[in-house]
Write a protein that binds this ligand. Structure first.
Ligand SMILES: O=C(O)CCC(=O)C(=O)O
Ligand SMILES: [Fe+2]
Length: 344
């Protein structure tokens, strides 16, 4: 397990996508995968027809947000089919918390920061995606993901965002490794609609499969043509953690929002284990941000009792040092120093 190399960062920037083999260790993935089995049937169980509640949850959970609407769903060949999107689960996940922690793994965040050339990023997509052989024909047409933004992507540095799949299971020929086209092979064109083979045979001719062991990370830009393919191996399955990073302030980009699910205990526990830098990925104002007041930090302590708020308290001191030093009160009418738990 190692950080992404500079060459891998450049490949993402220049060619539009990169598969980073073993960005996370197999051991880290296997430890986190224990939480996965609270949500999903293990492959053996699923294919043996067991695990009724998990199977029902899987089969009942179709997510049709990313469908290209079409009156006619082709029975075979590349097409978007509703059943392909069964098995999506939104962050935060139940269990030990290890699966949730993967979203902010230092190697992932480090790669995203270097690829996007900014330390002020937001995580805008966080969802698991499970596929089992035989559930659907998973073969998709070539497309770009125009469903991550309400405006067309721009291809220049400063406007990029990063779509990614962290592999939670080994993805091999037979378990649906994504096919992708290098930017140089698609000529930088944008197409809102999927491109069937008859329309764009050159994209299919240029596609490259991205198999990798668990712990690998597939990162691609929104202007990259790619597609899912069918799982052909009997008993096969594929588990991914979809993670999207964008630059702070780019409100036109979005996918999953955590706010509706942020008042549950599992989110509380996740936040309590995070650093300010990790929480900034979720939009939590950093220490020193003018959002924070003593009252605000006390409310934060009540909501997340085990979160170490020292950096935020210190930021309050630093940011408003002249006010605190003279003993006067800030705009909110509160003294900063007195409200610090260490001074009480
Ligand atoms: O599942 C995959 O390999 C790719 C899926 C995909 O590109 C999509 O659904 O937009
Ligand atoms: Fe896609």
């Amino acid at each position: 397990m190692a950080r992404a190399t500079d060459a891998q960062v450049r490949t993402w920037q220049d060619e539009g996508w990169v598969l980073i083999d073993g960005l996370l260790s197999v051991e880290e993935i296997d430890a986190a995968a224990e939480d996965l089995w609270l949500l999903y049937s293990r492959p053996e169980e699923f294919h043996a027809g067991g695990g009724a509640s998990r199977r029902e949850a899987f089969l009942g959970g179709v997510d049709d947000r990313n469908l290209f609407r079409s009156d006619r769903i082709e029975p075979s060949g590349p097409a978007f089919r509703p059943e392909q999107f069964l098995g999506r689960s939104l962050f935060p996940f139940p269990g030990s918390g290890r699966l949730n922690r993967l979203a902010v793994h230092p190697h992932l965040v480090d790669f995203a920061e270097r690829a996007l050339e900014s330390a002020d990023l937001r995580l805008y997509q966080l969802a698991l995606w499970a596929k089992y052989h035989g559930v659907a024909n998973y073969e998709q047409p070539m497309h770009q993901d125009h469903n991550h933004s309400v405006v067309p992507p721009r291809s220049e540095p400063g406007w990029w965002h990063l779509e990614g799949y962290l592999y939670l299971s080994d993805v091999e020929e037979g378990t649906g490794p994504t096919r992708l086209v290098r930017l140089g092979d698609s000529g930088g064109r944008l197409e809102l609609l999927p491109q069937p083979p008859a329309v764009a045979p050159e994209l299919y001719a240029a596609e490259i499969a991205a198999p990798g062991r668990r712990g690998s990370f597939l990162a691609y830009r929104p202007d990259v043509f790619h597609r899912g393919v069918d799982l052909t191996r009997p008993g096969g399955s594929r588990f991914l953690f979809g993670l999207g990073f964008k630059l702070a302030g780019q409100e036109w980009i979005g996918y999953d929002t955590v706010q509706p699910r942020s008042s549950v205990g599992r989110f509380t526990r996740f936040v309590e284990g995070c650093t300010p830098r990790e929480l900034a990925l979720f939009g939590v104002p950093r220490p020193g941000h003018r959002f924070w007041t003593p009252t605000g930090l006390q409310a934060m302590a009540a909501r997340y009792p085990a979160l170490d708020l020292t950096p935020w308290w210190d930021g309050l001191h630093n940011d408003q040092a002249p006010i605190a030093a003279t003993g006067s009160v800030g705009e909110t009418g509160e003294s900063n120093l007195e409200a610090h738990p260490r001074n009480q």
